[in-house]
Design a binder for this molecule. Sequence first.
Ligand code: ZN
Ligand code: ZN
Length: 372
Amino acid sequence: MSEMETELEESDAGSVLNEKANPCGVLVRPRELRVMLRSVPAPAPGEVRLQMRCVGICGSDVHYWWHGSCGPFRLHDPMIIGHESAGVVEALGAGVTSLQVGDRVALEPGVPCLQCQRCREGRYNLCPNIKFFATPPVDGSLARYVCHPAAWCYRLPESVSLEEGAMCEPLSVAVHANRRAGTTIGSLVLVLGAGPIGLLNCMVAKAFGASIIVVTDIDDRRLAFAETHAGADAVINTRDLDEHDAALVVQQALDGAQADIALDCAGLESTMRLAMHVVRPGGRICLVGMGSSAMHVPLVDASSREIDIFGVFRYSNTYPTCIALLASGRVNVKPLITHRFMGLEESSLEAAFETARTAANGAVKVMLTIPE
Ligand SMILES: [Zn+2]
Ligand SMILES: [Zn+2]
């Protein structure tokens, strides 16, 4: 037994350690979620143990649940699901001084090696050794107790709720995309796709100073949501428009100008093509969504107008920005949380994933809650 474990067993938290159960939301195989009991983990040096409180369901979680894979990652063994999370610190590992028991924190789900070249450049999202919650074979955070490095836990100010803390994860995707796109004061921005990530990209573009934001989608309900809650200046349903007509309508909505930036949160051939038609020479197109893996697009035309086209993979150095955006009220993610379910009860867990998958009853973000 290590010194640290001895220490823990002698502490108050440690004395009840063995009696505590740790129910976890486990994806056993595709379409089979179970609540299983695991042992309560002891925090290693530098880690804290958290009592998890809120875990949002992400498109990737749904993808693992329904298909057993997401992009290049494939589920082989049972895995605890969940990565958009916030909780309360309840035990400190050796050497932790940055946090105290009782602190409310948002958990950044990726823990990079901090040794490799990408990490040293600050682009730790590209670290080949990163351990990211609920990316096989790494377990996620839907559990009563989770240990996580203190350095990747961010204390939430009074004014930011635990649910908002969990939303820092998808919000990070939007902050990273807008940073890569260079959204700034006066930017004319087109957001393609009004799902949760599209809505968050719209909100962040506004917070970063974009002067006009146009949102396209093929679902009127989602577009109405973008206008009411995400600060879209204009919304366009492109369902019945060919790409040239759609480009004209977008340009009208931009007061006759072309867009400086397109954030494609759908990632379909049709949305990328529209982005290429609408973005000005020298503009930027960020591919955020992963709708199709291969597509036919007018690349030479875009190249000859020096349009920069680039991707994003997760995010880096975004959590402090997200917390600042939430604390200042510049971004309000609360309306996005449309549905809540108990996270560690099998029947409600299944219902929650089904709601997230089908977006039933106007679901945008489905939040799993874990009672104290
Ligand atoms: Zn996510
Ligand atoms: Zn690294």
